[in-house]
Write a protein that binds this ligand. Sequence first.
Ligand code: DGT
Ligand code: MG
Ligand code: MG
Ligand code: MG
Ligand code: MG
Length: 268
Amino acid sequence: MAKSKFEYVRNFETDDTCLKNCYIVVRLDGRNFHKFSEQHNFSKPNDGRALGLMTRSARSVMEDMDDVIISYGQSDEYSFVFKRSTNWFKRRASKLMTHVASHFSSSYVFYWKDYFGDQPLLYPPGFDGRVVLYPSNRNLRDYLSWRQADCHINNLYNTVFWTLVQRGGLTTTQAEDRLKRTLAADKNEIMFSEFDINYNNEPPIYRKGTSLIWKKMEETVTKHVELPDEEEKEVLVTRTRRRVSACHCDIVGDQFWEEHPDILEDDN
Ligand code: DGT
Ligand code: MG
Ligand code: MG
Ligand code: MG
Ligand code: MG
């Protein structure tokens, strides 16, 4: 077909192909969730329904884009790591990021009722996205460690803060003052000595966030087979399936990576 005289405008598109060999990380973050969480009565400091819905949406992204090898989420954010050899959408950053962001956002709305029941969704939530490339396994692990450390720091602060308010009867300003210049050890001590809370016994989903990885599972299903001149038969068929599986474990240390050697590809 002859090209129209308008065809040249295509050349105004910029090339945003991600560098080869790098892990492509897409991180999403809820837009103005400070307000969103207030308006939808999220419990403080952590709302199990909200976290469940985030993870349900992330699972849906992974099931749709199976080149995502691991996802990590906490608070109103989720990071999706594409395998370094992915050729999905020719590695175009904008395509990858917008597909992840739109699929995640629509899933968040689609599954809202499963987590919040009759409580209505008051307005359409949005998520921003960014793409970051990591050239080595060390860099990628440090990225994920950074997000998990962020989860820990915020959750420790929020847990002691809301304990002081909800159980200690302090105002939010008083609790803020009380926590000024305190270190992690001081916060643990306040919870332990004044409220009998051992922070390490708080649910791991709050302390560690959620990692989603692929697990191979043996699945046995019954299949109907029709053989010529024979009656229909039912046979058991076992096959290996990849399923998304969630854990709330430490991903900073080596143990997790040693237990799941398939997640990362070799550096060379
Ligand atoms: P942004 O990302 O710049 O558009 O602004 P925000 O407000 O989303 O800020 P961000 O992402 O730094 O902080 C996340 C907010 O979401 C923070 O205000 C706390 C809130 N949030 C997230 N998860 C929970 C939860 O489980 N319970 C409650 N109460 N709030 C939560
Ligand atoms: Mg922010
Ligand atoms: Mg946010
Ligand atoms: Mg955030
Ligand atoms: Mg199209």
